[in-house]
Design a protein around this ligand. Structure first.
Ligand code: NAP
Length: 301
Protein backbone atom coordinates (compact mmCIF):
# COMPACT_ATOMS: atom_id res chain seq x y z
CA UNK A 1 0.00 0.00 0.00
CA UNK A 2 1.28 3.47 -0.81
CA UNK A 3 1.02 6.41 1.54
CA UNK A 4 -1.77 8.86 0.94
CA UNK A 5 -0.51 11.65 -1.26
CA UNK A 6 -2.42 14.93 -1.58
CA UNK A 7 -1.19 15.30 -5.17
CA UNK A 8 -3.13 12.27 -6.25
CA UNK A 9 -6.16 13.03 -8.42
CA UNK A 10 -9.42 12.51 -6.57
CA UNK A 11 -11.32 9.68 -8.23
CA UNK A 12 -15.00 8.79 -8.23
CA UNK A 13 -16.25 5.27 -8.85
CA UNK A 14 -19.93 4.89 -9.77
CA UNK A 15 -21.27 1.34 -9.64
CA UNK A 16 -20.13 -0.94 -6.85
CA UNK A 17 -20.99 -4.38 -8.15
CA UNK A 18 -18.34 -7.09 -8.07
CA UNK A 19 -16.14 -5.17 -10.48
CA UNK A 20 -16.80 -1.63 -9.26
CA UNK A 21 -15.89 -2.59 -5.68
CA UNK A 22 -12.60 -4.07 -6.94
CA UNK A 23 -11.86 -0.88 -8.90
CA UNK A 24 -12.57 1.42 -5.96
CA UNK A 25 -10.54 -0.83 -3.66
CA UNK A 26 -7.53 -0.58 -5.98
CA UNK A 27 -7.69 3.24 -6.04
CA UNK A 28 -7.92 3.29 -2.25
CA UNK A 29 -4.98 0.93 -1.85
CA UNK A 30 -2.86 3.27 -3.97
CA UNK A 31 -3.84 6.28 -1.88
CA UNK A 32 -6.25 8.03 -4.27
CA UNK A 33 -8.95 10.07 -2.53
CA UNK A 34 -11.92 7.99 -3.63
CA UNK A 35 -15.60 8.90 -3.70
CA UNK A 36 -18.10 6.14 -4.44
CA UNK A 37 -21.78 5.85 -5.25
CA UNK A 38 -23.99 2.83 -5.79
CA UNK A 39 -27.75 2.42 -6.24
CA UNK A 40 -27.68 -0.09 -3.39
CA UNK A 41 -25.73 1.92 -0.82
CA UNK A 42 -24.97 -1.08 1.43
CA UNK A 43 -22.41 -2.33 -1.10
CA UNK A 44 -20.24 0.70 -0.23
CA UNK A 45 -19.86 -0.22 3.45
CA UNK A 46 -16.56 -2.05 3.22
CA UNK A 47 -15.05 0.62 0.97
CA UNK A 48 -16.15 3.36 3.36
CA UNK A 49 -14.45 1.44 6.17
CA UNK A 50 -11.30 1.50 4.01
CA UNK A 51 -11.49 5.28 3.59
CA UNK A 52 -13.84 5.90 0.67
CA UNK A 53 -16.33 8.76 0.82
CA UNK A 54 -19.91 7.75 0.02
CA UNK A 55 -21.71 10.38 -2.09
CA UNK A 56 -25.42 11.02 -1.56
CA UNK A 57 -26.28 11.01 -5.25
CA UNK A 58 -24.72 10.36 -8.68
CA UNK A 59 -24.48 14.15 -9.15
CA UNK A 60 -22.57 14.60 -5.90
CA UNK A 61 -20.32 11.69 -6.85
CA UNK A 62 -19.46 13.25 -10.22
CA UNK A 63 -18.93 16.68 -8.63
CA UNK A 64 -16.42 15.22 -6.16
CA UNK A 65 -13.66 14.33 -8.65
CA UNK A 66 -12.13 15.37 -11.98
CA UNK A 67 -11.80 11.66 -12.86
CA UNK A 68 -15.06 9.68 -12.87
CA UNK A 69 -15.02 5.92 -13.45
CA UNK A 70 -18.33 4.23 -14.22
CA UNK A 71 -18.79 0.46 -14.11
CA UNK A 72 -22.40 -0.71 -14.14
CA UNK A 73 -24.29 -3.53 -15.82
CA UNK A 74 -24.85 -1.96 -19.23
CA UNK A 75 -25.04 1.31 -21.16
CA UNK A 76 -28.76 1.76 -20.36
CA UNK A 77 -27.75 1.98 -16.70
CA UNK A 78 -24.96 4.45 -17.57
CA UNK A 79 -27.45 6.79 -19.25
CA UNK A 80 -30.05 6.31 -16.54
CA UNK A 81 -27.48 7.52 -14.01
CA UNK A 82 -25.62 10.22 -15.92
CA UNK A 83 -28.02 11.62 -18.52
CA UNK A 84 -30.04 13.65 -15.97
CA UNK A 85 -26.87 15.30 -14.59
CA UNK A 86 -25.92 17.59 -17.45
CA UNK A 87 -23.66 20.52 -16.45
CA UNK A 88 -21.92 18.78 -13.53
CA UNK A 89 -20.19 16.56 -16.11
CA UNK A 90 -18.57 19.55 -17.81
CA UNK A 91 -14.77 19.61 -17.60
CA UNK A 92 -14.50 16.11 -16.14
CA UNK A 93 -12.91 13.00 -17.56
CA UNK A 94 -15.42 10.19 -17.77
CA UNK A 95 -13.97 6.68 -17.97
CA UNK A 96 -16.61 4.12 -18.79
CA UNK A 97 -15.61 0.54 -17.97
CA UNK A 98 -19.10 -0.83 -18.60
CA UNK A 99 -19.23 -3.58 -21.24
CA UNK A 100 -21.07 -2.86 -24.49
CA UNK A 101 -20.72 -2.65 -28.24
CA UNK A 102 -18.33 -0.43 -30.16
CA UNK A 103 -21.30 1.57 -31.48
CA UNK A 104 -22.46 2.25 -27.92
CA UNK A 105 -18.96 3.38 -26.96
CA UNK A 106 -18.73 5.79 -29.91
CA UNK A 107 -22.23 7.16 -29.24
CA UNK A 108 -21.38 7.69 -25.57
CA UNK A 109 -18.21 9.58 -26.53
CA UNK A 110 -20.38 11.95 -28.59
CA UNK A 111 -22.91 12.19 -25.75
CA UNK A 112 -20.09 13.08 -23.32
CA UNK A 113 -18.63 15.66 -25.72
CA UNK A 114 -22.03 17.42 -25.89
CA UNK A 115 -21.78 17.78 -22.09
CA UNK A 116 -18.22 19.10 -22.20
CA UNK A 117 -16.74 15.86 -20.81
CA UNK A 118 -13.63 14.15 -22.06
CA UNK A 119 -14.28 10.46 -22.55
CA UNK A 120 -12.32 7.23 -22.43
CA UNK A 121 -14.00 3.93 -23.05
CA UNK A 122 -12.42 0.92 -21.41
CA UNK A 123 -12.64 -2.86 -21.46
CA UNK A 124 -11.63 -4.88 -18.43
CA UNK A 125 -9.91 -8.09 -19.46
CA UNK A 126 -9.69 -9.49 -15.95
CA UNK A 127 -11.74 -10.87 -13.08
CA UNK A 128 -12.40 -8.61 -10.06
CA UNK A 129 -9.84 -10.56 -7.99
CA UNK A 130 -7.08 -9.56 -10.44
CA UNK A 131 -7.83 -5.83 -10.38
CA UNK A 132 -4.86 -3.85 -9.07
CA UNK A 133 -2.40 -6.65 -9.81
CA UNK A 134 0.09 -7.50 -12.55
CA UNK A 135 -2.49 -9.88 -14.05
CA UNK A 136 -5.14 -7.25 -14.85
CA UNK A 137 -5.23 -5.88 -18.38
CA UNK A 138 -7.53 -2.92 -19.04
CA UNK A 139 -7.75 -1.61 -22.58
CA UNK A 140 -8.71 2.01 -23.22
CA UNK A 141 -9.71 3.92 -26.32
CA UNK A 142 -10.04 7.66 -26.72
CA UNK A 143 -7.82 10.74 -27.09
CA UNK A 144 -4.15 10.35 -26.16
CA UNK A 145 -3.95 13.57 -24.05
CA UNK A 146 -6.92 12.45 -21.94
CA UNK A 147 -5.35 9.05 -21.35
CA UNK A 148 -1.97 10.63 -20.56
CA UNK A 149 -3.57 12.96 -18.01
CA UNK A 150 -4.88 10.05 -15.93
CA UNK A 151 -2.64 7.14 -16.94
CA UNK A 152 -0.98 7.13 -13.54
CA UNK A 153 -4.29 6.81 -11.66
CA UNK A 154 -5.67 4.26 -14.14
CA UNK A 155 -2.51 2.18 -13.74
CA UNK A 156 -3.64 1.48 -10.17
CA UNK A 157 -6.28 -0.81 -11.67
CA UNK A 158 -3.77 -3.15 -13.29
CA UNK A 159 -0.30 -3.41 -14.75
CA UNK A 160 -1.72 -3.99 -18.23
CA UNK A 161 -3.12 -0.48 -18.66
CA UNK A 162 -3.04 0.11 -22.41
CA UNK A 163 -4.43 2.71 -24.82
CA UNK A 164 -5.44 1.15 -28.14
CA UNK A 165 -6.13 4.29 -30.18
CA UNK A 166 -8.39 7.28 -30.69
CA UNK A 167 -11.43 5.37 -31.99
CA UNK A 168 -13.63 5.02 -28.89
CA UNK A 169 -15.00 1.71 -30.19
CA UNK A 170 -11.67 -0.13 -30.11
CA UNK A 171 -11.76 -1.28 -26.49
CA UNK A 172 -15.27 -2.78 -26.81
CA UNK A 173 -14.26 -4.47 -30.05
CA UNK A 174 -11.22 -6.02 -28.38
CA UNK A 175 -13.37 -7.18 -25.49
CA UNK A 176 -15.82 -8.86 -27.89
CA UNK A 177 -12.96 -10.46 -29.83
CA UNK A 178 -11.35 -11.89 -26.71
CA UNK A 179 -14.67 -13.11 -25.30
CA UNK A 180 -15.35 -14.90 -28.60
CA UNK A 181 -11.94 -16.52 -28.37
CA UNK A 182 -12.56 -17.55 -24.78
CA UNK A 183 -15.94 -19.13 -25.55
CA UNK A 184 -14.51 -20.89 -28.58
CA UNK A 185 -11.85 -22.51 -26.39
CA UNK A 186 -14.23 -23.30 -23.52
CA UNK A 187 -16.87 -24.80 -25.82
CA UNK A 188 -14.26 -26.94 -27.55
CA UNK A 189 -13.12 -28.15 -24.14
CA UNK A 190 -16.69 -28.94 -23.06
CA UNK A 191 -17.38 -30.84 -26.30
CA UNK A 192 -14.29 -32.95 -25.56
CA UNK A 193 -15.37 -33.52 -21.97
CA UNK A 194 -18.79 -34.71 -23.15
CA UNK A 195 -17.26 -37.11 -25.69
CA UNK A 196 -14.73 -38.55 -23.28
CA UNK A 197 -17.30 -38.71 -20.49
CA UNK A 198 -19.22 -41.22 -22.61
CA UNK A 199 -16.18 -43.52 -22.24
CA UNK A 200 -15.88 -42.85 -18.51
CA UNK A 201 -12.95 -40.40 -18.78
CA UNK A 202 -13.19 -37.61 -16.23
CA UNK A 203 -12.95 -33.92 -17.09
CA UNK A 204 -9.94 -33.69 -14.77
CA UNK A 205 -8.13 -36.35 -16.82
CA UNK A 206 -8.85 -34.45 -20.05
CA UNK A 207 -7.81 -31.03 -18.69
CA UNK A 208 -4.02 -31.47 -19.12
CA UNK A 209 -4.48 -32.95 -22.61
CA UNK A 210 -6.68 -29.97 -23.55
CA UNK A 211 -4.19 -27.56 -22.03
CA UNK A 212 -1.36 -28.95 -24.12
CA UNK A 213 -3.50 -28.87 -27.30
CA UNK A 214 -4.42 -25.22 -26.67
CA UNK A 215 -0.73 -24.42 -26.32
CA UNK A 216 -0.03 -26.04 -29.69
CA UNK A 217 -2.83 -24.08 -31.37
CA UNK A 218 -1.61 -20.85 -29.75
CA UNK A 219 1.76 -21.35 -31.43
CA UNK A 220 0.07 -21.40 -34.84
CA UNK A 221 -1.51 -17.97 -34.40
CA UNK A 222 1.36 -15.69 -35.56
CA UNK A 223 1.75 -17.66 -38.81
CA UNK A 224 -2.00 -17.75 -39.46
CA UNK A 225 -2.26 -14.04 -38.67
CA UNK A 226 0.44 -13.29 -41.24
CA UNK A 227 -1.39 -15.36 -43.88
CA UNK A 228 -4.66 -13.55 -43.12
CA UNK A 229 -3.01 -10.12 -43.32
CA UNK A 230 -1.38 -11.17 -46.63
CA UNK A 231 -4.64 -12.74 -47.91
CA UNK A 232 -2.63 -15.80 -48.99
CA UNK A 233 -3.31 -19.20 -47.42
CA UNK A 234 -0.77 -21.84 -48.46
CA UNK A 235 -1.34 -25.10 -46.54
CA UNK A 236 1.70 -25.35 -44.27
CA UNK A 237 0.39 -28.15 -42.05
CA UNK A 238 -2.91 -29.59 -43.30
CA UNK A 239 -5.45 -28.55 -45.92
CA UNK A 240 -9.04 -27.54 -45.28
CA UNK A 241 -10.07 -30.76 -47.07
CA UNK A 242 -8.19 -32.75 -44.42
CA UNK A 243 -9.77 -30.69 -41.62
CA UNK A 244 -13.20 -31.34 -43.14
CA UNK A 245 -12.73 -35.12 -43.04
CA UNK A 246 -11.71 -34.90 -39.37
CA UNK A 247 -14.75 -32.70 -38.63
CA UNK A 248 -16.97 -35.39 -40.12
CA UNK A 249 -15.46 -37.87 -37.65
CA UNK A 250 -16.23 -35.48 -34.78
CA UNK A 251 -19.85 -35.07 -35.92
CA UNK A 252 -20.33 -38.83 -36.29
CA UNK A 253 -18.62 -39.60 -32.99
CA UNK A 254 -20.83 -37.06 -31.19
CA UNK A 255 -24.00 -38.46 -32.79
CA UNK A 256 -23.04 -42.08 -32.08
CA UNK A 257 -22.23 -41.36 -28.45
CA UNK A 258 -25.45 -39.39 -28.00
CA UNK A 259 -23.81 -36.12 -26.99
CA UNK A 260 -24.63 -32.69 -28.42
CA UNK A 261 -23.47 -32.49 -32.05
CA UNK A 262 -24.68 -28.95 -32.84
CA UNK A 263 -21.30 -27.22 -32.50
CA UNK A 264 -19.36 -29.79 -34.58
CA UNK A 265 -22.13 -29.67 -37.23
CA UNK A 266 -21.96 -25.86 -37.35
CA UNK A 267 -18.16 -25.89 -37.68
CA UNK A 268 -18.40 -28.49 -40.46
CA UNK A 269 -21.11 -26.50 -42.29
CA UNK A 270 -18.90 -23.40 -42.23
CA UNK A 271 -15.97 -25.45 -43.55
CA UNK A 272 -18.17 -26.99 -46.29
CA UNK A 273 -18.79 -23.42 -47.47
CA UNK A 274 -15.06 -22.69 -47.56
CA UNK A 275 -14.51 -25.77 -49.71
CA UNK A 276 -17.42 -24.71 -51.97
CA UNK A 277 -15.66 -21.33 -52.33
CA UNK A 278 -12.55 -23.13 -53.62
CA UNK A 279 -10.42 -23.22 -50.45
CA UNK A 280 -10.18 -27.02 -50.01
CA UNK A 281 -6.46 -27.10 -50.81
CA UNK A 282 -5.67 -24.02 -48.69
CA UNK A 283 -4.64 -23.86 -45.05
CA UNK A 284 -7.14 -23.27 -42.22
CA UNK A 285 -6.46 -19.52 -42.18
CA UNK A 286 -8.60 -19.29 -45.36
CA UNK A 287 -11.64 -19.86 -43.11
CA UNK A 288 -11.38 -16.16 -42.23
CA UNK A 289 -13.34 -15.43 -45.40
CA UNK A 290 -16.35 -17.28 -43.97
CA UNK A 291 -16.11 -15.31 -40.72
CA UNK A 292 -15.91 -12.02 -42.60
CA UNK A 293 -19.24 -12.60 -44.36
CA UNK A 294 -22.33 -11.26 -42.63
CA UNK A 295 -24.57 -13.92 -41.10
CA UNK A 296 -28.13 -14.16 -42.35
CA UNK A 297 -29.65 -13.08 -39.03
CA UNK A 298 -29.75 -9.29 -38.81
CA UNK A 299 -27.97 -7.69 -35.83
CA UNK A 300 -30.04 -6.00 -33.17
CA UNK A 301 -30.12 -2.19 -33.59
P1 NAP B 1 -22.63 -6.67 -11.00
O1 NAP B 1 -21.89 -7.24 -9.85
O2 NAP B 1 -23.90 -7.32 -11.42
O3 NAP B 1 -22.91 -5.13 -10.68
C1 NAP B 1 -23.71 -4.34 -11.52
C2 NAP B 1 -23.65 -2.92 -11.05
O4 NAP B 1 -24.47 -2.12 -11.90
C3 NAP B 1 -24.18 -2.71 -9.62
O5 NAP B 1 -23.45 -1.69 -9.01
C4 NAP B 1 -25.61 -2.29 -9.88
O6 NAP B 1 -26.18 -1.56 -8.83
C5 NAP B 1 -25.39 -1.39 -11.08
N1 NAP B 1 -26.62 -1.12 -11.84
C6 NAP B 1 -27.24 -1.94 -12.72
N2 NAP B 1 -28.32 -1.34 -13.25
C7 NAP B 1 -28.39 -0.11 -12.68
C8 NAP B 1 -29.27 0.97 -12.83
N3 NAP B 1 -30.32 0.92 -13.66
N4 NAP B 1 -29.02 2.09 -12.10
C9 NAP B 1 -27.96 2.16 -11.24
N5 NAP B 1 -27.09 1.15 -11.06
C10 NAP B 1 -27.30 0.02 -11.78
O7 NAP B 1 -21.71 -6.63 -12.30
P2 NAP B 1 -20.12 -6.47 -12.39
O8 NAP B 1 -19.51 -7.83 -12.40
O9 NAP B 1 -19.67 -5.47 -11.40
O10 NAP B 1 -19.98 -5.91 -13.87
C11 NAP B 1 -20.09 -4.51 -14.14
C12 NAP B 1 -19.57 -4.29 -15.57
O11 NAP B 1 -18.21 -4.75 -15.63
C13 NAP B 1 -20.36 -5.07 -16.62
O12 NAP B 1 -20.53 -4.27 -17.77
C14 NAP B 1 -19.45 -6.25 -16.90
O13 NAP B 1 -19.62 -6.78 -18.21
C15 NAP B 1 -18.08 -5.63 -16.73
N6 NAP B 1 -17.05 -6.65 -16.47
C16 NAP B 1 -17.19 -7.48 -15.41
C17 NAP B 1 -16.24 -8.47 -15.19
C18 NAP B 1 -16.37 -9.45 -14.05
O14 NAP B 1 -15.60 -10.43 -14.01
N7 NAP B 1 -17.25 -9.21 -13.09
C19 NAP B 1 -15.13 -8.59 -16.07
C20 NAP B 1 -15.01 -7.69 -17.13
C21 NAP B 1 -15.98 -6.72 -17.33
P3 NAP B 1 -26.86 -2.36 -7.59
O15 NAP B 1 -25.73 -2.84 -6.74
O16 NAP B 1 -27.72 -1.36 -6.94
O17 NAP B 1 -27.66 -3.50 -8.21
Amino acid sequence: MQDHDDDRTPVTVIGLGLMGRALAGAFLRDGYPTTVWNRTAAKAEQLVAQGAKLADSPGDAVAASPLVVVCVTDYDAVYELLDPLDEVLEGRVLVNLTSGTSAQARATAEWAARRGSAYLDGAIMAAPQAIGTADAAILYSGPQPVFDLHESALSSLGAGTTRLGGDHGLSSLHEAAVLGLMWGMLNGFLQGVALLGAAGVSAAAFAPVANSAMGTVAEWLPGYAQQIDDAAYPALDSTIDTHLAAMDHLVRESELLGVNAELPRFVKALTDRAVADGHGAHGYAAMIEQFRKPSTKRPRP
